[in-house]
Design a protein around this ligand. Structure first.
Ligand code: NAD
Ligand code: WQD
Length: 363
């Protein structure tokens, strides 16, 4: 059904060329929103936007801009009437953040400040923020808080986590300074995995993947020799750590639910509220390994090595608040994620870029 121009809402998606942002753009378009994407392509490529246009059959206005470049970002607010912002843009590698903390603080915090200042000037008040389960740190220090509720005391343990925690505090402070205006949804994601079932968009990490599923995917197509399992001496059912893996399409739908919640929230009142986005179900590394082997039909070679510094036993969400308030819950299982990841991997074994090169040569 066609919507009249005045009722179409426009969402500025920062980091929309990246993994979670691109999947969220698909859901936004399917829900009748116009999207404008800003991304500096520091961890993504323009190919994902081209694919999004194919997938959604919509033009996606795209600006290759660093959020910290205030005058460039201002242009976006001048050229579009932005109704809401979903803010994905940020650096996200935990290990790297311990090596180059200043770059993480500068990128994540300054980028967010410039964005919020422009939102204030252009009177845009709905803001959905990508936070992370990493803000809980080692939640196993509160054994009665597993699965983890939003009330669990926060305690990030690495610079990346500190930037997310700092931004959550900034949002709370800003809301407290003007409780009538701002509407902030802080979404704490657990472990996003999988890809769009079309096989057109997915996760395409630069360099050696840090995360379990992208690493397994690269082993499955021969880009890496074997999977290294970081420790099998944890106090879990098979000795490997437990995580709450969530299909990226379910996660993307969680953003629509949060945005809609903000849109219909009391006209005369703002809010700043956190929601866990997870399944509530924990899986061990071996369980995920077996699910991916089954989905791909490849018996991935692996070796158990020492624990990875900073890893914790169990990060499983209590997702009840999102279910109750946002009317959102996960629908897909780890098996679905593995199936969709396998499709993405086999159809794009080298991610976006090489496929783009092949396409240019074949035309
Ligand atoms: P991603 O790296 O694929 O996407 C982030 C995008 O932001 C990239 O395209 C990158 O080029 C862009 N970007 C970074 N800094 C920028 C800047 N200063 N200006 C403009 N663009 C910039 O990562 P993702 O997995 O899609 O994660 C999205 C968000 O969700 C991040 O904020 C991340 O911290 C958060 N998050 C991710 C996970 C996860 O496991 N993937 C878990 C919890 C939270
Ligand atoms: C999952 C499990 C590893 C790789 C990270 C961030 C977190 C959030 C999500 C952003 C762990 C094991 C992994 C490998 C392995 N991101 N593993 N071999 O560490 O739970 O969470 O991504 O906000 O902040 O820390 O995810 O995928 O790296 O690890 O054995 O090659 O897989 O030990 O138990 P993690 P992960």
């Amino acid at each position: 059904q066609l919507q009249s121009e005045s009722t179409v809402r426009t969402v500025l998606v920062t980091g929309g060329a990246g993994y979670i942002g691109s999947h969220t753009v698909v859901e936004l378009v399917e829900n009748g929103y116009e999207c404008v994407v800003v991304d500096n392509l520091s961890n993504s490529s323009y190919d994902s936007i081209a694919r999004l246009e194919i997938l959604t059959k919509h033009h996606i206005p795209f600006y290759e801009i660093d959020l910290r470049d205030r005058e460039c970002l201002r242009k976006v607010f001048e050229e579009h009437k932005i109704d809401s912002v979903i803010h994905f843009a940020g650096l996200k590698a935990v290990g790297e953040s311990t090596q180059i903390p200043l770059r993480y603080y500068h990128n994540n915090i300054l980028g967010t400040l410039v964005l919020l200042e422009l939102m204030q000037q252009y009177k845009v008040s709905n803001f959905v923020f990508s936070s992370s389960a990493t803000v809980y740190g080692d939640a196993t220090r509160f054994p009665n808080m597993i699965p983890i509720p939003e009330e669990c005391p926060l305690g990030p343990t690495n610079p990346y986590g500190h930037t997310k925690y700092a931004i959550e505090n900034i949002l709370n402070d800003l809301y407290n300074s003007d409780k009538k205006n701002w509407k902030f949804a802080i979404l704490r994601y657990f472990n996003p995995i999988g890809a769009h079932p079309s096989g057109l968009i997915g996760e395409d990490p630069l360099g050696i993947p840090n995360n379990l599923l992208p690493y397994m995917a690269q082993v499955s197509v021969g880009r890496r020799e074997k999977l290294y399992i970081f420790g099998n001496d944890y106090d879990s059912r098979d000795g490997t750590p437990i995580r709450d893996y969530i299909h990226v399409v379910d996660l993307a739908k969680g953003h629509i639910a949060a945005l809609k919640y903000l849109e219909v929230y009391n006209e005369n009142e703002g809010l700043c509220r956190e929601w866990n986005l997870g399944s509530g179900k924990g899986s061990t590394v071996f369980e995920v390994y077996r699910a991916f082997c089954k989905a791909s039909g490849v018996a991935l070679p692996y070796e158990v090595t020492a624990r990875r510094a900073g890893d914790v036993l169990n990060l499983t969400a209590k997702p009840d608040r999102a279910k109750r308030e946002l009317k959102w819950q996960t629908k897909l299982q780890v098996e679905d994620s593995c199936k969709d990841l396998w499709k993405w991997t086999t159809e794009n074994p080298f991610g976006y870029q090489l496929r783009g090169v092949e396409a240019r040569f074949s035309t």
